[in-house]
Write a new protein. Structure first.
Length: 30
């Protein structure tokens, strides 16, 4: 079960980073 928990945490972190990067690139384009 611990591995699945770790995987979920990694996915959440990746999603958060992608969201932050997306917002950043949006600001750069303007």
């Amino acid at each position: 079960m611990h591995k699945i928990e770790q995987l979920l945490q990694t996915l959440v972190l990746m999603g958060w980073s992608l969201k932050k990067l997306g917002n950043y690139s949006k600001e750069m384009r303007v």
